[in-house]
Write a protein that binds this ligand. Structure first.
Ligand code: HEC
Length: 267
């Protein structure tokens, strides 16, 4: 009995603590949205991941790193620029061209100096800042977090990133003062974020003719970040499907074996 009471008190205490925490960092639940990769057998929308990479590169990369990814990951199976003609993504010309647009620091050379060279597929995506202090100094003291696993690092995942990117422009509720260098965004815990609004309709021109509305760019960049957070999702789901098919066939075989064996026994 005492144990039950102690457990009960502990549980209500924990609940109260969670309640307090969410009161401190209140935020609006993200809008529901069906992404192409939701569901046990679905895949990424390749066009959306490609467009999302373009958005990331043109807009987000100025402030955010993607440190868990190498450029060649774009060309591996399941990646946005995978081409079966190039099983080794280091040979994929599209990936090579993307890599060559980055300037990467390398070295030391034979004189002990660091030098810069065009990127190669094997390089990691270069970070916009040399270190965290530089990143904070450039952003009013707030550090733009690394985005390579962001859809898994936030409670509501992909829908949160999408809503956050579309969530600017509302009047802050009464009593909320938006300090210098901050912006009101009801989806961000606490409602005040140091990241300025990133999108406006027509900001970019997609080369597949898709119209770059705020919602479209938010969908696409989220699709790209979801792929970046889980680049092997498609292979994993395919394996799961194969295991299921195998189990179904095995069940069928076992059933017929069972019938076969028992058919000889008189009941
Ligand atoms: C001018 C710099 C800048 C650019 C460009 C930028 N961000 Fe940010 N971002 C920030 C800063 C600063 C923060 C930290 C905000 C804070 O902690 O208040 C941030 C935070 C974030 C967060 C984390 C929010 C959280 O829950 O902690 C996400 C997600 C994000 N940015 C996505 C993006 C995406 C996607 C793009 C490109 C479309 C982008 N950002 C472009 C500066 C930038």
């Amino acid at each position: 009995m005492r144990l039950i009471r102690t457990l009960f008190v502990a549980a209500t205490g924990a609940l109260a603590a969670v309640g307090l925490a969410s009161a401190a960092g209140e935020y609006r639940k993200p809008e529901d949205h069906r992404f192409s990769f939701d569901g046990p057998f679905s895949t990424f929308d390749r066009g959306a991941v490609q467009r999302g990479f373009y958005v990331f590169n043109q807009v987000c990369a100025a402030c955010h790193s993607l440190e868990h990814l190498a450029i060649r990951h774009l060309g591996q199976p399941g990646g946005p620029f995978h081409d079966p003609a190039y099983p080794n993504p280091n040979d994929n010309p599209v990936v090579r061209a993307i890599a060559a647009e980055y300037i990467v620091e390398d070295g030391p050379d034979e004189y002990g100096d660091m030098f810069e060279r065009p990127g190669r597929p094997a390089d990691r995506f270069p970070s916009p800042y040399a270190n965290e202090a530089q990143g904070r100094a450039a952003n009013n003291g707030a550090y733009p977090p690394d985005l390579s696993i962001i859809t898994r690092a936030r409670h509501y995942g992909a829908p949160y990133i999408r809503s956050l990117m579309m969530g600017y422009g509302e009047e802050p509720p009464e009593g909320v003062t938006v300090g210098a260098g901050l912006y009101y965004n009801p989806y961000f815990p606490g409602g005040l974020i140091a990241m300025p609004p990133q999108f406006e309709d027509g900001l970019l021109t997609y080369n597949d003719g898709t119209e770059a509305t705020v919602e479209q760019m938010a969908n696409d960049v989220t699709e790209f970040l979801a792929w970046a957070s889980d680049p092997h999702m498609e292979q994993r789901k395919r394996l799961g499907l194969m295991v299921l098919a195998y189990l179904v066939i095995l069940c069928g075989l076992l059933f017929f074996t069972y019938r076969q064996i028992w058919s000889k026994v008189k009941h």
